[in-house]
Design a protein around this ligand. Structure first.
Ligand SMILES: [Zn+2]
Length: 465
């Protein structure tokens, strides 16, 4: 961020310095030849299987059955034509004991009936097909014998479909199951990456529960309450309910007014992990610690990112990286420095008062955004020798941490991500919020990249004033 000026602000070009690191070669994987005397099982319900990838038998068996019942093992043999013999055996004390035998139809289909037995057990079974004195196919599978679990029904009641930021939003409900008391009720959000636990509570003796939907960030989520299974009851879930948290101010400007910091792919923290950060307040103005905490809170309320302050560090986000001095337990460092301490353009008559971005990242995958860079070193550094006023300090910190979570510059002066400070703007605009929404929990968790790639190597610095 640059200080206001009568002249047009000079915005330093984005620095993209690729780290020249040698890459370890990909691990070679050699597949051993698989004997073709065995077939493979496929199909719903078939458990562990053995054999070649060429499917010689399509097998369908239940994964779980109740005690004292009968169950069917069905399938189709895919070796030639004519009637063959299929046998199902069970492994007991290291030996295979025949449990059922049948002839296939001329087209190769078969169906065998087995007894589940009285005891709960994991039954290890094997199907073998023979014809013309030869073993044609074999497939192993497991059938679990277990007493069926009781159903768990969950109902919820929301006090309102949403709330303003910071206003409590109670969710109550009932669990209908024989063992409801003491079970856990989990409020979950449907993120692009799957269900995500927001908060949880213990179910009361009468089956009721009370939760509070998070309203400390600008969420807009579809939710459900999940009660996980127990030894005797199946898991249960409520129907889904949407809720939204709205800002307490009217965000100015256009929702489209935001950009990515990453020049090729979005730069992101994993919103499903706590973002641990450290601060370097050597040479900082008075009130800096409180201002950093408030700026972090502003980024959190717009993103849903959860931040945790781990304490001080001697390191600075210095406009270069990756570097050995960066704390290994944090992915964000916020500090104050001079031109002599950083590579940010803080020298001479320059008007740059802050610098923020990422100095190291790894390839990752976002269900909502596709390929991204996951930030492993990010930060914000503010000019230590600037005559800071409280509002300007908060504005600059919020702006630079906005860069450190992946946002570039906006074009409208009403946005906090506008590159020139007005010394007073400390609320997010509509464009800021739209961008930060994609930088946070709303976009879902990051996962490993789809495959190992030559460009998985660490990235260099991507930072802006
Ligand atoms: Zn900036």
């Amino acid at each position: 961020m640059t200080a206001p000026s009568a002249r047009p602000a000079v915005v330093a070009p984005t620095v993209v310095a690729l780290a020249a690191l040698a890459l370890a070669g990909p691990l070679a994987v050699t597949e051993a030849a698989v004997p073709t005397t065995t077939g493979a099982s496929t199909g719903a319900g078939a458990g562990a299987s053995t054999g070649a990838t060429a499917s010689r038998v399509v097998l369908r068996a239940p994964q779980e059955v109740a005690p004292r019942t009968r169950f069917a093992v069905r399938g189709t043999l895919r070796v030639g034509s004519g009637r063959r013999t299929v046998t199902v055996s069970e492994r007991v004390d290291g030996r295979w004991r025949t449990r059922a035998r049948a002839r296939t139809t001329p087209r190769g289909t078969f169906r065998l009936r087995l007894r589940s037995g009285a005891a709960e057990a994991e039954r290890e079974l094997r199907l073998r097909a023979r014809g013309g004195g030869r073993l044609l196919a074999t497939s192993r599978f497991v059938v679990r014998v277990a007493v069926p679990k009781a159903a768990t029904a969950v109902t919820t009641s929301w006090s309102a479909p949403g709330a303003a930021l910071g206003i409590p939003l109670p969710v109550t409900g009932l669990v209908h199951a024989p063992d409801a008391a003491g079970r856990t009720a989990v409020l979950q959000a449907a993120l692009p990456s799957g269900w995500f636990d927001l908060t949880s509570t213990v179910v009361a003796p009468d089956g009721s529960f009370a939760l509070a939907a998070p309203t400390d960030w600008l969420a807009s989520l579809s939710t459900r309450v999940l009660v996980p299974e127990t030894a005797t009851s199946a898991e249960g879930a409520s129907t889904t309910t949407p809720y939204a948290v709205t800002p307490t101010w009217t965000p100015p400007g256009a929702a489209g007014d935001w950009t990515e910091l990453g020049p090729d792919l979005p730069l992101r923290h994993d919103p499903c992990r706590v973002v641990d950060y450290r601060t370097n307040l050597d040479g900082a103005p008075s009130g800096a610690a409180e201002a950093v905490a408030e700026a972090v809170r502003q980024v959190a309320l717009a993103t849903g990112l959860r931040f945790r302050h781990l304490g001080p560090t001697a390191a600075l986000f210095d406009g270069r990286g990756p570097h050995a001095a960066y704390p290994s337990d944090a992915t964000l460092v916020v500090g104050f420095g001079t031109a002599a301490q950083t590579h940010a353009p803080f020298g001479g008559a320059g008007r740059t008062i802050g610098w923020g971005g990422a100095s190291d990242s790894r390839r990752a995958r976002s269900a909502a955004l596709g390929d991204v860079w996951r930030i492993v070193e990010g930060g914000a550094v503010l000019r230590a020798d600037h005559p800071w006023q409280p509002a300007e300090l908060l504005e600059a910190l919020t702006h630079e941490i906005g860069h450190a979570v992946g946002l570039g510059h906006a074009s409208g002066a009403e946005q906090l991500m506008f590159p020139v400070s007005d010394g007073a703007n400390v609320v997010w605009g509509a464009g800021d919020l739209a961008g930060l929404r994609t930088a946070g929990l709303q976009a879902g968790c990051l996962t490993a990249p789809r495959r190992s790639r030559a460009d998985d190597r660490p990235r260099g610095v991507v930072a802006l004033p």
